[in-house]
Design a protein around this ligand. Structure first.
Ligand SMILES: [Zn+2]
Length: 326
C-alpha cells in the first residue's frame, strides 16, 4: 500500500524557471542545466521504481513512502521506504548512464560513458549509511526497535564492476524478489505497532524548501531577468492588455501570464513579495491592478496598505504552479 506518493518536484520547477530567467551568456547557466539534468534523472528513476511496485504485488502487509523527508539528529530524505512486519527497507535510486565501477580504495563510484568521458560520484553506500543511521535515530527517539535493510537501485541495465561490502545493488526488476526473500525472516514488529509507525512517519514528513533559489545557489538577484514570460516566443515581452496580457513581440495573448511571473519571483528572488516589488518584476505601473493580482494569487498576506507583504509557503507555491499550468 502506498501511503505517501512522490511530491511535485519543486526543485525541478524552480531550476527550470531559473534557467529561463538567466541570460544565455550567464557564466553559471550551464551548471544549472546540468543540475536540472540530474534532478530530472532522479525523478525518472523514482517513477520507474513506482511502476515496479504497481506491477508486482507483494504478498504481505507493507507500506511504501516515496520521497520521504524527515528530521532526527539531522535532516534526511529517502527515495523510497518500505515498512513491513519484517522491518524497514531503504531504497535509494540512482539513474546514472554508462559503465559503473566501484573502486576498492575509495568510497566513490566512477562512471564511464561510451564517449570516454569519466565522472565520479559519491558512493551510494555513503548516502545509505547516513540515511540508515538517521532513520535509526528517528526510530530510537520514538522507542521503536526496527531492523533497517538498505539497497541501491540502478535504474538502467548496465555493466557494473567491483562491489562494496554491505551494499546491496539491485536493478528495478530485482526489487520485488529481494523484498520477498527478506519476508522469510522472522516477524519483528507486531501488527498493531506497524500502523502506529506508519502514522508517525506520515506525521513527521515535511517538505524541504530550496526557495528562494538565488539564495540557495548564491546567484545575484540582479542577474535574474524581469518581466512576464511569453510562452509562444519565449521572451519576457508580455505587457498588460485589456483583462490579460499580450506579447509586444509576437502578439500572443494570455490572461494568466502574471501567475507564472509571481511564481518565478517567489521561487527565485524572495518568498515574500510586496506590491512595489511585484510591479518592478512584472513591469506594471498600476498599484491597484497589482494589488488585485496579488490578492488573487492565493499567497498569505500580512500588514496593511503600503506595508502589506504577501508570503509564499510551499503549499501556496504548489497551488500557484497548478494555476500557472492551466
Ligand atoms: Zn511572444
Amino acid at each position: 500500500m502506498i501511503v505517501k506518493k512522490k511530491s511535485l518536484s519543486l526543485k525541478r520547477i524552480g531550476l527550470e524557471a531559473l534557467i529561463r530567467r538567466l541570460p544565455d551568456h550567464h557564466p553559471r547557466k550551464r551548471e544549472f542545466e546540468n543540475e536540472l539534468g540530474r534532478v530530472r534523472g532522479g525523478e525518472y528513476g523514482e517513477k520507474l521504481l513506482e511502476q515496479i511496485f504497481q506491477k508486482y504485488e507483494l504478498p504481505f502487509e507493507h507500506y511504501i513512502f516515496y520521497d520521504l523527508h524527515l528530521r532526527s539528529t539531522g535532516l534526511f530524505q529517502i527515495d523510497a521506504l518500505l515498512i513491513s512486519e519484517r522491518g524497514a527497507f531503504i531504497l535509494e535510486v540512482k539513474n546514472i548512464s554508462g559503465r559503473i565501477e566501484f573502486p576498492a580504495r575509495h568510497r566513490q563510484v566512477i562512471r564511464t560513458l561510451d564517449s570516454g568521458q569519466v565522472d565520479s560520484y559519491e558512493c551510494p553506500s555513503v548516502q545509505l549509511d547516513r540515511n540508515s543511521m538517521l532513520l535509526e535515530d528517528w526510530f530510537h527517539a520514538r522507542h521503536f526497535t526496527i531492523p533497517i535493510h538498505k539497497a541501491v537501485v540502478f535504474t538502467r541495465s548496465q555493466i557494473i564492476t567491483g562491489e562494496r561490502e554491505n551494499l546491496t545493488i539491485l536493478f528495478p526488476n530485482e526489487v520485488p524478489v529481494y523484498l520477498r526473500k527478506i519476508h522469510h525472516s522472522p516477524k519483528v514488529i507486531p501488527s498493531g505497532q506497524l500502523r502506529k509507525i506508519v502514522d508517525s512517519l506520515l506525521a513527521s514528513h515535511s517538505n524541504y524548501s530550496p526557495f528562494p533559489l538565488s539564495h540557495h545557489y548564491q546567484v545575484p538577484k540582479q542577474d535574474i531577468l524581469k518581466g512576464v514570460h511569453c510562452q509562444c516566443c519565449g521572451l519576457f515581452t508580455m505587457i498588460p492588455y485589456q483583462h490579460g496580457w499580450r506579447c509586444k513581440r509576437c502578439g500572443q495573448s494570455d490572461r494568466n501570464a502574471h501567475t507564472a511571473a509571481i511564481l518565478d519571483y517567489v521561487m527565485l528572488i524572495d518568498t515574500s513579495i510586496t506590491n512595489q516589488r511585484c510591479r518592478e518584476f512584472l513591469h506594471l505601473t498600476c498599484p491597484q491592478k497589482t494589488k488585485r493580482l496579488l490578492q488573487k494569487s492565493g499567497l498569505s498576506a500580512a500588514g496593511e496598505r503600503r506595508a502589506r507583504i504577501y508570503h509564499a509557503e510551499l503549499d501556496s507555491i504548489e497551488r500557484l504552479w497548478n494555476t500557472a499550468m492551466k
